[in-house]
Design a protein around this ligand. Structure first.
Ligand code: GLU
Length: 314
C-alpha cells in the first residue's frame, strides 16, 4: 500500500459544529493511523456564503482540536492554492476537456421550468432532470444564449456505477435512472461541488476521502467524473452523521453543537473523548487528545447508522 493522503474539505459557511468535528476527526484518525498525511482544502466555491473570516475561524478551531494538516492554508504545499475560490482555472480546464469530448451541454432551464417539468423525483426527493435541453441544436443553443447564460450539464450513462465504501460496504447507482444529467457549472458561473471536488482531490494527491454519509450518493457521480477525466479515484469512507437530540439533522442553529460556547467550557480532550465515545471507539468518556485516540480508532467500531447527541453534550 502506498502512502495515504487524507483531507479535510470543510465548507466554511459558519462556525464548525460537532458534526463537522466528528467528520474531521474520523478523516484525521483514519489517515494518521496508517501514517498518512493530511491536506486542508477550503471549499468556498460559494464565496457569498463562505467569507474568508469563517475559513480562518475554522482553521483556528481545527488547530485548537489538535487536528493538524501537512498541506493547506497557513502551511503551504506544492498543490496550492488550497481555497476553491482561487482554483477556478482548473475547473474551467476540466470543463473544457469534457466539452471537447461532447459530453456536456448548455442548459437554459429556469428553476421554475425544472420544477414544472414532469420529471420523476429521486428517492431523496430531489429533481431528476428531464433532459429538456439535451437535444438542442448548436444553433438553438446559440440563440438562447443571447438572452440567458446557460448552466452546463453532464450527460450521464444508463449504467450502474458502483464501489465498495470502506465503511458502508458496496454501493451502486444507475446514473441515468437514479441521478440524471447533473450540473457542472451553474448559470451564474459558479462551478458545481461535484466537479471541483474531483479535480481538487486528484490534483492534491488525495488517496482517501472520509466524509459524512450524506455524500454517499454523490460518489457514483464523482467516480464517473474521475473516469471521464482519466484521473485516479481515491478510496472512500462515509461515516455517520451526528443528529440533534430530537433526531433531526444538526445545523448551525443547534447552539449546543456549536463551538462558541463549548470552547469556553471544555478542553479539546474532553470534547474529542466524548465524541469518540459516542462514536464507539473510546471505551469510556475519558478525555483524550486526537493523538491519543489514534490507538483506539477502529472503523469496525464506528456505527453505520447516524448518532444522536445526548440532551447535554458536555
Ligand atoms: N465541503 C463539503 C462539506 O463541507 C465536503 C465535501 C467532501 O468531503 O467531499 O460538506
Amino acid at each position: 500500500m502506498g502512502a495515504i493522503t487524507g483531507r479535510f474539505a470543510p465548507s466554511p459557511s459558519g462556525r464548525i459544529h460537532l458534526g463537522n468535528i466528528l467528520c474531521s476527526l474520523l478523516a484525521w484518525l483514519s489517515a494518521r493511523q496508517k501514517g498518512g498525511r493530511m491536506v486542508l482544502r477550503i471549499e468556498d466555491l460559494d464565496t457569498v456564503r463562505c467569507p474568508a473570516r469563517y475559513a480562518r475561524q475554522m482553521e483556528e478551531d481545527l488547530q485548537w482540536l489538535g487536528l493538524t494538516w501537512d498541506e493547506g492554508p497557513g502551511v503551504g504545499g506544492p498543490n496550492g492554492p488550497y481555497e476553491q475560490s482561487l482554483r477556478t482555472a482548473l475547473y474551467e480546464e476540466a470543463l473544457q476537456a469534457l466539452r471537447d469530448s461532447g459530453l456536456i451541454y448548455p442548459c437554459f432551464c429556469t428553476r421554475a421550468e425544472l420544477h414544472a417539468a414532469s420529471a420523476p423525483h429521486r428517492e431523496d426527493g430531489q429533481l431528476l432532470y428531464s433532459g429538456a435541453c439535451r437535444s438542442l441544436t448548436p444553433e438553438e443553443a446559440a440563440k438562447r444564449a443571447r438572452t440567458r447564460p446557460p448552466a452546463m450539464r453532464l450527460q450521464v450513462p444508463d449504467r450502474e456505477i458502483g464501489f465498495v465504501d470502506g465503511h458502508m460496504g458496496p454501493y451502486r447507482e444507475n446514473l441515468a435512472r437514479d441521478c440524471g444529467d447533473f450540473l457542472l457549472r451553474r448559470s451564474d458561473g459558479m462551478f458545481a461541488y461535484q466537479l471541483a471536488v474531483v479535480v481538487d482531490d486528484a490534483a492534491m494527491g488525495v488517496t482517501e476521502v472520509v466524509r459524512g454519509n450524506d455524500l454517499l450518493d454523490s460518489t457514483p457521480r464523482q467516480l464517473y467524473l474521475y473516469e471521464l477525466l482519466g484521473l485516479p479515484a481515491p478510496t472512500f469512507f462515509h461515516g455517520p452523521l451526528l443528529l440533534a437530540p430530537d433526531g433531526r439533522r444538526l445545523s448551525k442553529r443547534n447552539a449546543d453543537a456549536g463551538l462558541d460556547d463549548l470552547r469556553e467550557r471544555v478542553t479539546p480532550e474532553e470534547l474529542l473523548g466524548k465524541l469518540a465515545y459516542l462514536s464507539g471507539f473510546n471505551p469510556g468518556c475519558a478525555p483524550k487528545s486526537a493523538e491519543q485516540l489514534i490507538a483506539d480508532f477502529d472503523w469496525a467500531k464506528v456505527p453505520k447508522t447516524d448518532i444522536c447527541l445526548p440532551e447535554r453534550f458536555l
